[in-house]
Design a protein around this ligand. Structure first.
Ligand code: GAL
Ligand code: ZN
Length: 648
């Protein structure tokens, strides 16, 4: 897979007379590739069946003359008005059964047969038209699946689809009743046709049912995506490169991103460290975790097909990245494995919902600071293309499981709980030591890592238990947190088992009682690295073989452990029974990193170092995420400075 740099370009947003000058400017900027087409259905099919690709033929022709390559997007994120007016049943319905209106984007139901048929037609025509066009180096299907709330639908098609999904999953309605525990509140169904969608009700739907509904939505989205992939593959052949741009907020969406990522030839991401009304960007660790998550989808380097350059927002404009800050984010992205980057967008639109999604060039059409930053970045990273394609090896893996994430969404258990924040708190504690981290689906093979971290992994089944025991036995370090292994795959509790269920042997502990702590509510624990606040939840742990390194500082529970370590085989198992202060987690992470002899670097707060290796040579990517100057390894870093250096 090659490495290339470019911009997201919407030639349909500008007078055609501007195109030649725009392309010359792109060449001057260092652009090698543009992404086009992803929202332009109406241009390609003005009226039903009247396919016309002449506009994009002309665009591609001009690009080709300049030597600029193309990523072409299928336009299905924005169905045309004629289609929605003819078949309004294509529209998704929200949980109050109200249809989403034409006007925004992504308003179609993934299961609607009519929409699938029109999708097949436009994608087929497009691919057939361009199948011999070698200027097109890759295809993007749709745009940001599930984003902006488009990951759920309650229409009649989805209702019958859900029932069919259930009847295929459960051998009989009795089986479903038993698994879900529908005897509770007299919810027993006599047939699959009685099962409702989880629409608004009084209190809440059954947790097992809700989890199955999320799995059904996930399957619906992934099946729809696969349909497009299959069409493109069939027409364009094995050599075609197919991707889709994954949006931020991946842990909040109703589809398994791992399944989506694995069906693509390369995983792509839209990297927006700040958006809309945010007063400041998300943390450097958060951006890094996002990048590591995308790299983990296929366990290989990836692309960024939208990298923020200007401030972004639909109605509220966001934070203005400080001089060199957006450029620094691009360096951070390449450090973490983005081997290709396209900046969003070439120029700010003067109309439409995204007038305030500012581009490299603003509406004044002048080359300013952002232009210079992109140009400098392109010219620098192009010297390192081979390095950017080198494999990243990590010894620490963070494991997630969409069933578990959804189970937490269904039952938050504390108002202070947020899955991503819990994951990020732990991730940050390792990130601060500048180690490589892979963020992986728990089903992936983790046996070759030195450390695996399983944040708030409520659902642990026999198979995972066995893999973890084997891992620890052979010398691996496992880190669990509170609420581990309390649920089975059906989202039910275990009868007659002590928590962490099936893992008391591995962890050497028993959880006797739990307390949910709400927003702003804390307990305290004392131990090895000083006092810590305990937030979100806390577990009163009895030791059964493990060593307590933290105990609660508390009138009633001061004999109960909060953090424990157990020796298991040749390995170690940490259990953290609450959400702790990051400084304390950092100390725990450091202890593990040193114990396992993992490559790491000590840097001033906000200065990130990421090592990469190529042909026996070592390089460091250095990013200053702060607005202050720093000196590191004898190198002076200006505010938001970034450097790629070879280490002798
Ligand atoms: C992305 C999206 C783009 C554009 C951009 C604005 O999420 O893929 O189409 O909306 O945000 O920042
Ligand atoms: Zn639907």
């Amino acid at each position: 897979m090659k490495s290339f740099f470019g911009v997201d370009y919407y030639p349909e947003h500008w007078p055609i007379e501007m195109m030649d000058a725009d392309l010359d400017r792109m060449i001057d900027m260092g652009v090698e590739v543009v992404r086009i087409g992803e929202f332009a259905w109406h241009i390609m099919e003005r009226e039903e069946g009247q396919y016309d690709f002449s506009f994009f033929d002309m665009v591609i022709d001009k690009l080709k003359k300049k030597g600029i390559k193309v990523i072409f997007g299928t336009p299905t994120a924005t169905p045309p008005a004629w289609l929605i007016n003819k078949y309004p049943e294509i529209l998704q319905r929200d949980e109050n059964l109200m249809p989403r209106s034409f006007g925004g984007r992504r308003m179609y139901c993934y299961n609607n047969e009519i929409y699938k048929e029109y999708t097949r037609k436009i994608v087929t025509k497009l691919a057939e038209h361009y199948k011999n066009e070698d200027t097109i180096i890759a295809w993007q299907i749709d745009n940001e699946f599930g984003h902006e709330g488009s990951d759920v639908c309650f229409c009649d098609t989805c209702k019958s689809g859900f029932r069919k999904f259930l009847s295929e999953k459960y051998s009989s309605i009795d089986m479903l009743n038993k698994t879900w525990g529908t005897v509770f509140w007299s919810q027993t169904y006599n047939s699959f046709d009685e099962v409702p969608l989880p629409l608004k009700t009084i209190t809440h739907h059954n947790p097992s049912m809700q989890l199955d509904f999320k799995r059904f939505m996930s399957k619906s989205i992934n099946d729809y995506a696969k349909m497009q992939v299959d069409i493109l593959r069939e027409i364009l052949g094995e050599s075609a490169v197919i991707t889709t741009n994954i949006a931020g907020g991946y842990f909040d969406k109703n589809f398994d991103h791992n399944k989506m990522g694995k069906m693509m030839d390369v995983a792509s991401y839209d990297n927006y460290p700040v958006w809309g009304g945010l007063k400041e960007p998300i943390t450097p660790a958060n951006i890094a975790m996002d990048l590591d998550f995308i790299r983990g989808l296929k366990r290989q380097n990836f692309w960024i097909v939208e990298e923020l350059m200007g401030a972004q927002g639909h109605t509220i404009i966001g934070y203005l990245p400080r001089p060199n800050q957006a450029k620094m984010w691009a360096y951070q992205a390449v450090a973490h494995g983005a081997q290709s980057i396209l900046f969003f967008r070439y120029r700010t639109a003067t109309f439409g919902t995204e007038e305030f999604c500012l581009g490299i060039i603003d509406q004044d059409n002048r080359e300013g600071r952002k232009y210079r930053e992109v140009k400098e970045f392109f010219s620098d990273v192009k010297k390192h293309k081979e390095l950017l394609q080198s494999e990243i090896k990590s010894e620490v893996a963070f494991l997630y499981d969409y069933d578990n994430i959804w189970a937490w969404k269904i039952q938050q258990q504390s108002t202070a709980f947020n899955f991503k924040e819990e994951m990020l708190n732990l991730y940050t504690s390792f990130y601060k030591h500048n180690v490589h981290i892979d963020v992986l689906d728990v089903k992936d093979d983790f046996s070759s890592y030195k450390v695996v971290v399983l944040p708030v992994m409520m659902i642990v089944d026999e198979e995972l238990k066995a893999r973890l025991e084997d891992f620890a036995k052979k010398g691996g370090t496992v880190l669990f947190t509170y609420r581990t292994a309390i649920k089975d795959r059906n989202n039910n509790l275990y009868l007659g088992k002590v928590m962490p269920c099936n893992l008391t042997h591995l962890t050497g502990i028993e959880v006797e009682e739990i307390e949910s702590l709400q927003e702003g509510q804390f307990a305290f624990a004392d131990g090895k690295f000083g006092t810590t606040k305990c937030k979100v939840m806390r577990e009163m742990i009895n030791i059964n073989g493990a060593e307590a390194i933290y105990k609660y500082n508390d009138k009633f529970y001061n004999e109960k452990a909060c953090v424990t370590i157990n020796e298991f085989g040749q390995g170690k198992v940490y259990y953290i029974g609450s959400s702790l202060d990051n400084e304390i987690l950092c100390e725990i992470a450091k202890e593990i990193i040193i114990d396992k002899d993992i490559e790491h670097y000590t840097t001033p707060m906000g200065v990130e170092v990421y090592s990469r290796y190529l042909n026996d040579k070592k390089y460091l990517f250095i990013m200053n995420h702060t607005d202050e100057e720093h000196d590191i390894f004898g190198i002076k870093l200006m505010p938001y400075d970034s450097k790629i250096i070879e280490v002798k």
